[in-house]
Design a protein around this ligand. Structure first.
Ligand code: HEM
Length: 140
């Protein structure tokens, strides 16, 4: 199970790196002129990051995490696994939400301002902080 845990943490890092970088790309893409070379380049970067790295990394995080769950590594009578589960589901929801913006940018129909993407950029950071405290400190 140590190997599975290592692979879990590796895939989580890749998922998180993408989840932090993609909204940064949206921050710059949102002020690029529609149809410009710059805007088209952002589309390619966003698609490759999302489909090539973030989604496979999310799937791998779930698979390796669930392997540990089904091997009885988690004491569900504690509170922390439940809090982690809620926040992980929220992070997965955030992932899907980003997929919606990816499509909007691809079709040149994004209407959200730059400030919006700067703000939602903080969401995965906050979720990740809680998740890591739950799984490492196991406070309750
Ligand atoms: C995708 C669904 C996920 C599932 C099903 C899952 C499940 C698990 C399980 C069962 C363990 C072993 C728990 C233990 O040590 O007793 C674990 C470890 C860990 N998880 Fe997750 N996890 C998920 C997502 C995440 C995410 C999103 C993060 C970070 C943002 C994360 C960070 C960690 C870390 C750092 C460990 C290692 C803790 C240790 O040293 O024991 N996990 N995970």
């Amino acid at each position: 199970m140590e190997w599975v845990k290592a692979l879990h943490v590796i895939s989580v890092i890749a998922w998180m790196a993408g989840s932090l970088y993609l909204p940064r790309l949206f921050v710059y893409h949102s002020v690029a002129e529609k149809g410009s070379v710059q805007s088209e380049t952002f589309k390619v970067m966003e698609r490759r990051l999302y489909r090539g790295i973030m989604t496979p990394a999310m799937i791998a995080s779930w698979i390796f995490g669930l392997i540990m769950v089904f091997n009885g590594m988690v004491d569900w009578s504690s509170g922390w696994p439940w809090v982690k589960a809620v926040f992980v589901i929220a992070l997965s929801g955030y992932h899907g939400w980003m997929g919606g913006f990816l499509r909007a940018f691809k079709e040149d129909r994004n209407v959200k301002p730059q400030k919006f993407f700067r703000m939602i950029n903080e969401v995965p950071t906050l979720l990740m902080i809680v998740i890591v405290i739950m799984v490492i400190v196991k406070p309750f």
